[in-house]
Design a protein around this ligand. Structure first.
Ligand code: DGL
Length: 282
């Protein structure tokens, strides 16, 4: 569908937004969407059976992402938000090519925010091995501004630490110090939290980097871009969904109970249920 066709399709205004991630981390993006455009309905899928994506190949992450998009489209979603940085790094091109509704990833908005935040032109990116290896942040940042130096650092231990709930813990502190020391030494003034889980340890990261370093959370920027895009296409829901209309629906590929406990600690909305589905069917 073209932008004009989408505009003319007023039934879509009431349709939900599809959001997906490799697991629970994308809830940091859902939290921002709820804050910034509270009238929207959301269908979320977390691939808890196949997480992490950060150490998998481009082909595998793309195949998983395509399955998830097929699943989300069964809800007639009006747009798809790829909340996972690794999926945004690896699968965006394929998803954009195959979808006739808008698809938004988290990398471009994060890159844009970092370029407007930096003053000394030295930007750090922390993310999974896949995202750093893909050089996607470097590419987007340099498309926006050539005279910027970008320093990437993979921080693979952060995801399991967050999943274990060690958000403020001496172990997380120690590991963060080891990862971040080299970024402090090269005097970056902006740090992109290029993985869904990292905003949850923002206070630890901020403490170590110090007050002169701006931390960029792509989740925040992504929600802003989503609001702008839906506004431009006249697809923003003007009124809150009617009671009982399944405002927020959560699906996972494994361990719905564990997901719900985590989800309720991040989103203070009172998520009532999450369902397990067999994603390989899609
Ligand atoms: N959601 C992933 C990301 O933002 C982190 C977890 C994973 O490796 O799957 O890159």
């Amino acid at each position: 569908m073209t932008e004009t066709e989408l505009k003319q399709n007023s039934a879509l205004r009431d349709a939900p937004i599809g959001v997906f991630d490799s697991g629970v981390g994308g809830l940091t993006v859902v939290r921002e969407i709820i804050r910034q455009i509270p009238n929207e309905k959301i269908v979320y899928f977390g691939d808890t059976a196949r997480v992490p994506y950060g150490n998998k190949s481009r082909e595998t992450v793309t195949r998983f992402s395509e399955q998830i998009v097929r699943f989300l489209r069964t809800f007639q979603v009006k747009t798809i938000v790829v909340a996972c940085n690794t999926a945004s790094a690896y699968a965006m091109e394929a998803l954009e090519r195959d979808c006739d509704i808008p698809v938004i990833g988290v990398v471009k908005p994060g890159a844009r925010a970092a370029v407007s935040a930096t003053k000394n032109g030295r930007i750090g990116v922390i993310a999974t091995e896949a995202t750093i290896g893909s050089q996607i942040y470097t590419r987007y940042i340099q498309e926006l501004k050539h005279a910027v130096s970008i320093y990437g650092k993979a921080c693979p231990l952060f995801v399991p630490l967050v999943e274990e709930g060690l958000l403020e813990d001496p172990v997380t502190d120690e590991i963060a110090r080891r990862y971040l020391t080299e970024l402090i030494d090269i005097d970056i003034d902006t740090l992109i939290l290029g993985c869904t889980h990292y905003p949850l340890i923002r206070s630890t990261l901020g403490k170590i980097m110090g007050p002169k370093v701006t931390l960029v959370n792509p989740a925040y920027e992504t929600a802003q871009e989503l609001r702008r895009m839906l506004g431009r296409m006249e697809l923003l829901n003007e009124e809150p969904p009617k009671l009982g209309s399944n405002r927020y629906q959560f699906y996972v590929s494994d361990k719905a109970e564990k997901f719900m406990t985590f989800a309720n600690s991040i989103i203070k909305y009172g998520i009532l249920s999450a369902k397990t589905i067999h994603i390989e069917k899609y």
